[in-house]
Design a protein around this ligand. Sequence first.
Ligand SMILES: Cc1cc2nc3c(=O)[nH]c(=O)nc-3n(C[C@H](O)[C@H](O)[C@H](O)COP(=O)(O)O)c2cc1C
Length: 280
Amino acid sequence: MPAQVPSAVVADGYRFDSPAEVFHENSKIRRIGNAPGLSAEAVHAMSHGYKVYAASPTVELPPPLEVGSTVLEAIRGRRCVRDYGPAPLSLAQIATILFVAQGVPGSGQLHRSVPSGGGLFPLEIYLAPAGVAGLDDAVYHYDVRGHRLELIPGAAGIDALRPCIFVPEAAATASVFMAVTAVFGRSRIKYGERAYRFALMESGHVMQNVALTCAALSVGFCPFGGFVDDEVNAVLGVDGLDESALYLGTFGTLPRPASAARAGDAARPSPKNQEQGESR
Ligand SMILES: Cc1cc2nc3c(=O)[nH]c(=O)nc-3n(C[C@H](O)[C@H](O)[C@H](O)COP(=O)(O)O)c2cc1C
């Protein structure tokens, strides 16, 4: 049974018509009263913004691929793809997507491929592949420190995630799913209610990195915000409260070679790599 949230609250003369308005108001930073400070717990959390499945079998990932496109070429060519070809993705393509989503580019743990409020890194990345050489058709968690995948014991694979998409036919031919979750407490310890905003912002950073990298790699990709939350959480084995799915991505090869797509889309200003997807 979902929690009952008042749909209208009167405070300081304002009427809030939705839980979102109540939340937004309560997560504003103000100059007095609730200025966030850096507690000892927050300092500790800063060096612990990652999850490890220590007892799981792991798969080491190859280094990320170098891509030839410029950022502007990738931006011009990016389109959502919901109709994928039958060829599987390679482990190197998967490794590149995971690295740009949340990888650690340097030797220290303080920086990732995406920015994070306070360097607290509340996000986790999960992957459900099918037919990728070197991976089981299962669910994996991305270990950011080791750039490797950890098998989630007992988790059903991509076929359990497919029906969780609100319009399942949009993901019917995808061969890889990615899920971005947030462990909200990592940021809340410093930012209070505002941490929820940060988690959403940061998942946008992740997906834009992924979208542009897929455009540059000629990999088909679509982000999904329309999914049945707790069904996805159940597949990933997260509780939906302390850690919850925020954003899904589907991947696959393009349905025809990039060269043919380029020829067919010659009228577009920068048709590189991409198929036009149906708008949702
Ligand atoms: C936050 C967000 C949520 C989205 N959710 C879905 C979704 O649930 N299903 C879907 O098919 N596309 C989804 N999309 C993709 C949009 O439909 C797509 O970006 C839009 O139609 C524009 O097309 P383009 O990305 O190819 O330019 C989502 C995009 C964003 C940014």
